[in-house]
Design a binder for this molecule. Structure first.
Ligand code: ADP
Ligand code: MG
Length: 682
């Protein structure tokens, strides 16, 4: 018996060339091959007679070859082979193009199984290029449900099928990880059967069953992993905070908290006084005021003699948080420090020493806070901002810092419920569904190229009124194939030909971190009127003076991303606008973009977005913080997800720690999934 970890080159017919093709599909081992699932099936079961065949509906039928196939050389590169076939109901002329194999194989007087579709015209029926197999052959392309695989150049479906079939014959499928009780409850195929049936189903119904099992399995592994994380933290003890008086802090704010902010703060206080580590997500649309909630939590930790840390995904955001929170906290006697990667080694060391000595109460920083060399004297609370940038595995690493600190994560990206259930299955959730008072919604318009003069005039008008504008392009550099605006070139065009008298600045993802920081900071200091950017500006930075967001080729972005970008304006007191340009006249696309003009409800936009695009795409390039699911489709399989989640929760409660073969195999799989997920999470 071969093992799942054996390389595919041990298979017959898989040499170095084939192996390279498989590698393009990330298939290296027999296990990878067995887990390369079909993307669909063709039902080639059932035999018809020739008379029963329908035009354009492919089907299998048995027929006898009535003459010796004749091949005509039409011209260079085109050979036509014609043959007559028949059964007891009808005759049929079959034509093959450039098919020497057919010409050689089909023998006068013998019967074959064909699979093909009739084409009909006024002269009569005919068939071109059917596949066929001898009656006594093992069914490969006829008389079966044929799996259709994701392929790559040079690799045919038949070659894939052959390789998979061999692999299944010489090695065991992955071990069972679903407990018997769970399989019983949800009517789920055992692993062994499912892995065979997904590749070699005896019927479409069996293929469906196999698919259902594998989807369930994916969700189960993931949610069991989260549940384990949650359970292990729930068992931990955290000394309940006793001082919950936030008045000194709240009294210094220039505004009253909104109702939603107050409720979130109350949730947090309840967690902090409960005696177990907090695991809470605060989810709220851009501009809903999450920073103050983080500040309230940090204040509470510090007034109970603990240290708190706030982690932001970018340096510039960390700096901004530091500046505003330090101003708020310093008069309250709270010692705040900034720690980011770009500080000098000496500066970093000083901050780290102070943190270790307990001379700093509140650390604001980037993932530099996570590094091994950062130690805390008594870390009580860890907060991460813009959580979707961090992902699930980092969360567990964070909470490993200090003695099980309380964990508060904040996400501005409203995620559809399906995704939230998955990503944050280990967290309690507080939702902020209310914006601070006096916020006017950002007026959003969708326009075509003919509006260009008016867009330019509008930019000029905003600048004349003392405001600033963002212009976002889908790409950094010009790419003729795609025909979309690039930030670099567009910035040049605007500066040279459209607005020679204005200051145009540029920021994009290919710039060095320090350059980006400087460009952003300079814009925030009003040193430029217009900032041409890529999506790097999507997260975080507050430039309240910016009142206009122009998004070029808006059809190139996801809806949620557009919504996030739009959230960069409308943060000051002035009326703000968002202009989406698009030359794409596709009705679906236009409808999508128009939906964005009509609503500012981030959650509704997110649901819409998930429907249109897969979860992989959801946050732009692979930023969902989720592992890639092979079979499951997050927008389709909601019920399966719920079942798997309920099942995994029950499993953790009842037999999660039992030393069964399934339990061990499951824990292995969880380990692999979360490890691997970590690599793709940033
Ligand atoms: P986000 O949820 O996107 O992180 P912020 O915390 O950055 O939002 O808040 C956006 C702006 O709203 C900030 O300028 C902040 O000072 C202000 N703000 C927050 N809470 C309130 C409130 N209750 N009333 C008025 N303004 C508020
Ligand atoms: Mg924020």
């Amino acid at each position: 018996m071969a093992r799942l970890s054996d390389p595919i080159t041990i298979l017959k017919g898989v040499g170095p060339t084939k192996a390279k093709q498989f590698a393009n599909l990330n298939i290296f081992t027999l296990g990878d091959l067995i887990c390369h699932f079909p993307r669909g099936y063709e039902d080639r079961t059932g035999l018809r007679t020739i008379a029963q065949l329908e035009v354009d509906v492919p089907a299998c039928f048995k027929a006898m070859v009535m003459n010796t196939p004749r091949t005509n050389h039409i011209r260079k590169g085109l050979d036509l082979t014609k043959v007559q076939i028949a059964d007891h109901t009808a005759r049929l002329t079959v034509t093959f193009f450039n098919n020497r194999f057919a010409a050689e194989q089909l023998q006068y007087g013998k019967e074959y199984i064909f699979y093909g579709a009739l084409s009909g015209d006024f002269v009569g029926y005919s068939m071109t290029n059917p596949v066929f197999e001898a009656l006594d052959s093992q069914p490969v392309t006829t008389r079966r449900v044929l799996p259709i695989y994701p392929l790559t150049a040079g690799l045919t479906n038949a070659a894939m099928l052959k390789a998979v079939r061999q692999a299944l014959a010489i090695c065991d499928v992955p071990p069972e990880i679903l407990p018997e009780s769970v399989r019983q409850t949800y009517g789920i195929l055992p692993a062994e059967r499912a892995y065979y049936a997904i590749h070699e189903p005896s019927s479409m119904a069996e293929a469906e069953m196999a698919k259902k099992r594998l989807i369930f399995e994916e969700f189960f592994v993931f949610s069991a992993g989260l549940a384990l994380m949650r359970a292990s933290r729930a068992k931990k003890f955290a000394e309940p905070y006793t001082n919950t008086n936030l008045q000194p802090f709240l009294g210094r704010l220039p505004f009253q908290l909104t109702g939603a902010q107050r409720r979130a703060v109350e949730d947090i206080l309840a967690d902090l006084t409960a005696g177990a580590p907090m695991n809470r997500l605060v989810q709220g649309d851009v501009g809903s005021g999450k920073t103050m909630i983080a500040a309230a939590a940090a204040y509470c930790a510090v007034s109970n003699g603990k240290q708190a840390a706030l982690m932001a995904p970018t340096e510039i955001l960390a700096e901004q948080h530091y500046a505003s929170l330090n101003k708020l906290f310093a008069p309250l006697g709270i010692r705040t420090a900034l720690l980011t990667g770009s500080m000098t080694p000496k500066q970093k060391r000083e901050v780290r020493d102070a943190l270790a000595a307990g001379e700093v109460d509140f650390a604001v920083g980037t993932h530099a806070l996570l590094s091994d060399s950062t130690e805390f004297a008594d870390l009580g609370l860890v907060i991460t901002d813009e959580q979707h940038r961090f992902g699930v595995a980092q969360r567990s690493r964070l909470s490993a810092k200090g003695a099980d600190p309380h964990l508060l994560v904040m996400s501005a990206t409203p995620i559809p419920r399906t995704l939230a259930l998955l990503m944050y299955g280990d967290l309690e959730v507080s939702i902020i569904n209310e914006l601070p008072p006096g916020r006017e919604p950002v007026d959003t318009f969708l326009v075509g190229e003919s509006y260009r003069p008016r867009i330019n005039a509008f930019i000029r008008k905003q600048v004349a009124e003392g405001h600033q504008c963002f212009v976002v392009c889908p790409m950094v550099e010009e790419n003729e194939d795609l025909g979309v605006k690039s930030a670099t070139l567009w910035a040049e065009t605007l500066q040279k030909t459209v607005f020679p008298d204005l200051k145009i600045a540029l920021i994009h993802g290919q710039m060095k971190a320090a350059e980006k920081e400087e460009a952003m900071a300079s814009f925030a200091r009003r040193e430029a009127d217009v900032l041409v950017a890529t999506t790097v500006i999507e997260v975080g930075v507050d430039v309240p003076n910016a009142t206009l967001m122009v998004i070029e080729d808006a059809d190139r972005f996801g809806l949620s991303q557009l919504h996030q970008l739009r959230g960069r304006v409308g943060r000051g007191g002035s009326k703000s606008y968002c202009i989406l340009t698009s030359q794409n006249r596709n009705p679906d696309t236009m409808q999508r973009l128009k939906a964005l003009c009509k609503t500012t409800d981030g959650f509704r936009i997110a649901e819409e977005d998930l429907k249109m695009r897969g979860p992989g795409d959801f946050f732009g390039s692979r930023q969902s913080g989720l592992p890639a699911f092979r079979v499951a489709n997050l927008s389709m399989d909601l019920q399966t997800l719920k079942d798997a989640q309920a099942a995994s929760a029950r499993w953790i409660d009842t037999e999660g720690t039992a030393d069964t073969p399934e339990g061990r195999a499951l824990r292995d799989r969880i380990g692999v999934l979360f490890d691997r997920a970590e690599g793709t999470m940033n």
